[in-house]
Design a protein around this ligand. Sequence first.
Ligand SMILES: CC(C)(COP(=O)(O)OP(=O)(O)OC[C@H]1O[C@@H](n2cnc3c(N)ncnc32)[C@H](O)[C@@H]1OP(=O)(O)O)[C@@H](O)C(=O)NCCC(=O)NCCS
Length: 166
Amino acid sequence: MTGQAGGAWQLRRANADDVPAIMELERATFVTDAWSDATMMSEVTGSNGYYLVAIDSAGGDAIDGYAGLLAPRGSGEGDIQTIAVAPSARRRGLGRQLMLALIGEARKRGARDVFLEVRADNPGAQQLYRSLGFEGVGVRPRYYQPDGVDAIVMRLHVPEPETTIA
Ligand SMILES: CC(C)(COP(=O)(O)OP(=O)(O)OC[C@H]1O[C@@H](n2cnc3c(N)ncnc32)[C@H](O)[C@@H]1OP(=O)(O)O)[C@@H](O)C(=O)NCCC(=O)NCCS
């Protein structure tokens, strides 16, 4: 897959071998509330999960981003669990590309709605989600600890695939 505005990444399904590189970016990104290695491992390898990593097509081993969905088939719903893009790769369309890939997978699994939580003090991420059609549907007070920051719950009605009548 090719990004816009100069960014070009390969997205591929994450596996257990990617967890150390994912955790490096996780800890650098979510300084006060990073997941543990064990949580990340069970998320990445869980049967209802779908995690992607983005590799810079220009080469190098480091990952430029990752994102994960939890969407049990048949439940009709999905949750965006996490997303992070390395600071050097931001504002070049990778976050949007990762989100669109997760939404596409949620649709394949039969989800009609996709939910996520975002920190109230993270307007950049909220803007990304709104631009994709997510709407605020609730607030979880002081959800993010130890910072005591509210979570805004957002929902996307998954767009129907375009169909043509023969
Ligand atoms: C949020 C995040 C994933 C966005 O990744 P990204 O690759 O920079 O996003 P994109 O380049 O695809 O941005 C798409 C659109 O989202 C909005 N957006 C993204 N970051 C923004 C910011 N910091 N401020 C304002 N708008 C922003 C813009 O509308 C942008 O379009 P534009 O660049 O044409 O204006 C990235 O900033 C990140 O990893 N942040 C730290 C971790 C985080 O906050 N994760 C979300 C937790 S809920």
